[in-house]
Design a protein around this ligand. Structure first.
Ligand code: SF4
Length: 549
């Protein structure tokens, strides 16, 4: 397979090598240019440009500049300056030393084009395709996935700041498009209230005063919405995005009580996934994972993890912060199938696994989903000698269950759904049998009702029981231990490529950011691999190393 090679820099290679030694990433770019190539060609982006005329900067160069920008975590201005001034960048991009570069806004335009054309994924997929063709990446190995939180590029707002800023943002939008109309009716006192950023230190203290302040903002906001709605001569005021955000936020945060605008109690709020946290990034959501809380997004990275192979990111997906990990397992498998990069074993933490996913991953994609299933948390499982569900024998043909005392369930076998919508089967034992049972204390706490069981459908039930047994074995623990390596990938992304902080506003843009981060990580890893740098070993403290095996 030939490298994607665009016109080579006219600068003599030896000159480049000497000059590149002056830059921290200089040697990376030499290997990138000489061993990997230019990653992209203009034809990869042909669909994003009009057929007539030629773009000022070649698309393959812009794509590569975006990747290099992420490798060094540079802003657009810094990246454009690097193109103008650095010999290593000029070498990779095949530019004359005298090339004067371009205005930094060209990078933003290129990203807009990528997003409008839905070509963000293509940046990663094109790279993976080349790596696959060159034998650096193989299907049906091991892969692992984990997620981390991403902070939105906005100021964190508390509820009072949030409603104040939402109203301020709508006023600013109206002041831009209809300043004369706004001045005809807006009360003078509003300039004091909403002329400046709403910040906590200026807000009233005490519960009653804050409640009153919140309701004052609510009343003002309602007055604005009514005024906008009543304005018929100016077209489209009510449809300004900031006004629409104000309207939705007021629905979420306030209610009408006898013509008075009242703040909703916290318990009366919509779920955090369906309300805005800030008017300045309406896709950012409040997230909560164990002890970490944040406003923003979540990124899921999937990478290969075979021993003695380079570990490459095969998939990156960004979601809103509140979206649970378990909802992403199936989409990740779908995406890997589309890239012909399905693994044999997919190693994930407990957040990505449930019995249904174990079954469907195996059936649809031939993937062994390796991750700890949730333990049985019933009181019987926690009691010494208790009769938890694993001690009952299910006969799926006769649809009867035998309890540890050898008694059979009734003939009632009721397929239904649990409160989360999962298919389950309810069975129960004869009341009289359970009432007379000598081991009743180990089986049920009900004084009057017999033992009942809720079973998953056959395939899921068996997968769950098998997984619970397997995850105690040494071999399984060793295999699962390879998942921990993905923490290093997240750490590399956060520490050197700015993964933790969203650069842009909005889910689509943040998603593109993470795709570029994934490409940058792959380039760094491939270059390290080609330069003979092996994977770092997990460090163990000197004291821990003394522990008896
Ligand atoms: S209580 Fe009922 S189901 Fe439980 S062991 Fe006794 S007979 Fe079996």
């Amino acid at each position: 397979m030939s490298l994607k090679q665009q016109p080579i820099s006219p600068v003599p290679e030896e000159t480049v090598r000497v000059a590149c030694a002056a830059f921290p990433k200089g040697n990376i770019y030499l290997t990138l240019r000489d061993e990997i190539g230019t990653l992209y060609s203009d034809s990869d982006f042909a669909a994003l440009y009009p057929t007539h005329g030629q773009p000022t900067v070649r698309p393959w160069r812009l794509a590569l500049i975006c990747v290099m920008q992420f490798i060094e975590d540079l802003s657009d201005r810094q990246a454009a300056e690097a193109v103008r001034s650095r010999i290593d960048w000029k070498y990779v991009l095949g530019l004359e030393l005298t090339d004067s570069g371009f205005d930094f806004s060209v990078l933003c335009e290129f990203r807009t084009r990528l997003m409008a054309g839905g070509a963000g994924e293509q940046l990663l997929d094109t790279l993976l395709k080349q790596f696959k063709e060159r034998g650096w990446l193989k299907e049906r190995g091991k892969q692992r996935t984990d997620s981390t939180h991403v902070l939105a590029a906005i100021r964190n707002l508390n509820r009072l700041e949030g409603v104040g800023e939402t109203l301020r943002s709508a006023l600013n939008a109206l002041a831009t498009v209809a300043p004369d109309w706004l001045c005809t009716w807006v009360p003078d006192v509003w300039f004091d209230r909403y002329g400046r950023v709403v910040e906590e230190y200026r807000l009233p203290k005490g519960i009653a005063a804050r409640q009153e302040y919140a309701e004052m903002i609510g009343t003002d906001g309602m007055q604005l919405l009514i005024a906008v709605q009543a304005e018929t001569t100016l077209d489209g005021l009510a449809h300004l995005p900031a006004v629409e955000i104000l309207r939705q936020t007021w629905v979420h945060q306030y209610y009408m009580d006898n013509d008075r605008v009242k703040l909703r109690a916290a318990a009366d709020l919509a779920p955090c996934g369906s309300r805005f946290d800030s008017p300045y990034d309406i896709d950012a959501r409040f997230g909560n994972k164990r002890s970490v809380t944040w406003t923003g997004y979540k990124v899921h990275l999937t990478e290969t993890c075979d021993e003695n192979q380079v570990h490459l990111i095969t998939h990156a997906i960004t979601t809103q912060a509140q979206v649970s990990d378990v909802t992403q397992t199936q989409p990740i498998h779908e995406a890997l199938a589309a890239k012909d990069l399905l693994p044999n074993q997919h190693i994930v933490d407990a957040g990505y696994v449930d019995s249904n996913l174990i079954v469907t991953s195996r059936k649809q994609y031939g993937i062994d989903l390796v991750g700890p299933v949730r333990p049985n948390v019933s009181w019987q499982a926690k009691t010494d000698g208790g009769y938890d569900s694993s001690q009952f024998i299910v006969n799926w043909n006769t649809k009867r269950v035998t309890c540890p005392q050898g008694k059979k369930s009734t003939k009632k076998w009721v397929p239904t759904q649990d409160k989360w919508g999962n298919a389950v089967i309810n069975v129960r034992f004869p009341r009289q049998t359970c009432r007379l049972c000598p081991a009743r204390d180990l089986c049920t706490r009900s004084l009057t009702e017999p033992r009942e069981l809720t079973l998953r459908p056959k395939a899921e039930y068996q997968a769950l029981q098998t997984a619970r047994q397997q995850q105690n074995s040494t071999d399984w623990k060793k295999l699962y231990g390879t998942r921990a390596g993905v923490e290093g990938t997240l750490s590399q992304g956060i520490g050197t490529l700015g993964l933790r902080q969203a650069r842009y506003v909005g889910l689509i843009k943040v998603r593109l950011q993470h795709l570029l981060t994934a490409v940058a990580l792959n380039v760094l890893r491939m270059v390290a691999w080609l330069d003979g740098i092996s994977h770092a070993k997990t460090r163990i403290s000197r004291f821990a190393a003394l522990a008896p095996v």
